[in-house]
Design a protein around this ligand. Sequence first.
Ligand SMILES: NC(=O)c1ccc[n+]([C@@H]2O[C@H](COP(=O)([O-])OP(=O)(O)OC[C@H]3O[C@@H](n4cnc5c(N)ncnc54)[C@H](OP(=O)(O)O)[C@@H]3O)[C@@H](O)[C@H]2O)c1
Length: 237
Amino acid sequence: MSVSPAVAGRTVLIAGATSTAGLAVASSLSDAGARVIAVGSNLARLQSVLQVAPEAAVFECDLADFDAVTALAAQVSALHGPIDGLIHLVGGWRGGGGLAGQTDEDWDFLHAHVISTLRNTTRAFNADLLASSAGRLAIVSSVSVDNPTAGGANYAAAKSAAETWVRAIGHGFAKAAVPAAAVIFVVRSLAGLEGELAGRVVGLWTEAEASAHDARVVLEPGPADNAAGGTPSRRTQ
Ligand SMILES: NC(=O)c1ccc[n+]([C@@H]2O[C@H](COP(=O)([O-])OP(=O)(O)OC[C@H]3O[C@@H](n4cnc5c(N)ncnc54)[C@H](OP(=O)(O)O)[C@@H]3O)[C@@H](O)[C@H]2O)c1
């Protein structure tokens, strides 16, 4: 275990911590010495986080419900103090069938998972990120924002909204003249890139992204075909 002085001792909340990516991020943050707060909608599934990050604190919360997120923020603050990082990983995909297939049901799902959970968590924890000596917000977006398709219109529109929301938060950080950063990681698929993502999340406290109030970083599979932590990335703004 190598402890990174930059992230060691910082408190980082993972919103949506039980997916393969969430577990990789929790494990890397924990190994680097961060205090991990893992949040998901199901307490039983959250137990998997404790297998990779035994000292993590786990909280069951429906992040699509703002009142529940407000209560979560109060509970986290009382038990663990303010957070330094918010890593938002709630997502999911719905789509297909051309534009005719862009149903209201799918839009409602994407709106709740991709947009509402992001709005709710950032609104509830923004004061913490502003007050931190190194506040960090990160989301994982999709290349479909740059190249939307008819069959993925709902998804690309939701992800575009999420990116815009994060850039707005970055503007707020800049306007407040605080050393906080809002970072958008962009992938085609996360499969095989979970280790790369986890390393980049730990690096938010040491790498170039931290020097700007907002950044958009494309993560791409490298020649080693998804070797953890060994893939290149491309900064687009
Ligand atoms: N997978 C890909 O190939 C891909 C591609 C492009 C972008 N992305 C983005 O990358 C991020 C991570 O992707 P992923 O595939 O790991 O995501 P995912 O499989 O959708 O995982 C979502 C996580 O959020 C939790 N969650 C779902 N609804 C919740 C709610 N209402 N309240 C609290 N927690 C909730 C889930 O756990 P519980 O069900 O236990 O609550 C799970 O831990 C997402 O933003 C996704 O859109 C992924």
